[in-house]
Design a binder for this molecule. Structure first.
Ligand code: S6P
Ligand code: ZN
Length: 197
C-alpha cells in the first residue's frame, strides 16, 4: 500500500529524536567536556582536582548547516549535562556571553531538571527553572550557563545564530554573579559574595 506521503530525502539531513534528545546524521558534530577542561570554573577547585579528570560533565551535539560567522544563518544543537557535583556545586556548563551581544538564542528542555543561569553586563545574575518542555529565550546581551540540579541527565535543545560567536574569556576570568549550590539538600542560587558566609 502506498504511503500517503513521503518525506523528502536529504543527503546531509539531520534527524532529531525528540524523546531522547539525540541528533542523528553524518553532518552532526559532537564534543565532550571532561572535568579536566573545566579548571577554575567550579568554586571548589581542590575538589575538582581530586575527582577523576576524565569524568564527563557534559556533551554537545550540533549541526552547522551554514558557515560559522556568516550572517543570517542558524545552528541547532543539544546539550546533555550529566548528574553530579563538585563539592556542593552541581555539574554545569562553562557558560559564555555571545561574542556578538546582539545575537539571541533559544533553549528548550527535553529531559531532566536544572537551572538556566543568566547574567547581564552589570553582573546581575538570576535563574530560570528548566523542566521538560520549558522554553527559554536568551537575550543576546546576557551570559548563559546551565546547571543540572537533578539525579538524571539534563538535556536541552539550543538554536543560535551562525554569527553569535563565543566569549568564554569573561566567564573564565570573572565567573557569574552567583552559583547554584546544594544548600540543605536543595538547589539554591547563591550570590558569589555570599558564598563564604
Ligand atoms: C551555544 C549554546 C550551547 C552551548 C552548550 C555548552 O550558543 O549556548 O550549545 O555551547 O550548552 O555550553 P558552553 O558554555 O560550554 O558553550
Ligand atoms: Zn550561547
Amino acid at each position: 500500500m502506498a504511503m500517503p506521503f513521503e518525506l523528502p530525502h536529504q543527503a546531509d539531513g539531520v534527524t532529531l529524536d525528540w524523546q531522547t534528545g539525540t541528533m542523528i546524521g553524518a553532518a552532526v558534530q559532537q564534543s565532550r567536556k571532561p572535568l579536566k577542561d573545566l579548571a577554575g570554573i567550579f568554586r571548589d577547585e581542590a575538589r575538582r582536582k581530586q575527582a577523576d579528570p576524565d569524568t564527563t560533565v557534559y556533551q554537545v551535539q550540533w549541526w552547522e548547516p551554514a558557515a560559522t560567522g556568516s550572517e543570517g544563518g542558524l545552528f541547532w544543537g543539544v546539550t546533555t549535562i550529566f548528574p553530579g557535583r563538585v563539592g556542593e556545586e552541581y555539574f554545569m556548563t562553562h557558560g559564555h556571553f555571545h561574542a556578538n551581544r546582539t545575537r539571541a538564542e533559544y533553549y528548550g528542555t527535553v529531559q531532566g531538571e536544572g537551572m538556566l543561569v543568566l547574567m547581564n553586563a552589570n553582573r546581575q545574575t538570576w535563574s530560570e527553572r528548566m523542566v521538560p518542555g520549558s522554553l527559554h529565550y536568551i537575550d543576546g546581551r546576557n551570559a548563559h550557563r546551565t546547571v543540572n540540579t537533578g539525579d538524571t541527565p539534563l538535556i536541552f535543545w539550543a538554536c543560535w545564530p551562525t554569527d553569535a560567536g563565543y566569549d568564554y574569556t569573561t566567564i573564565r576570568e570573572k565567573g557569574f554573579g552567583a552559583r547554584v549550590l546544594s544548600v540543605n539538600g536543595k538547589p539554591a542560587l547563591v550570590p558569589s559574595h555570599a558564598e563564604n558566609l
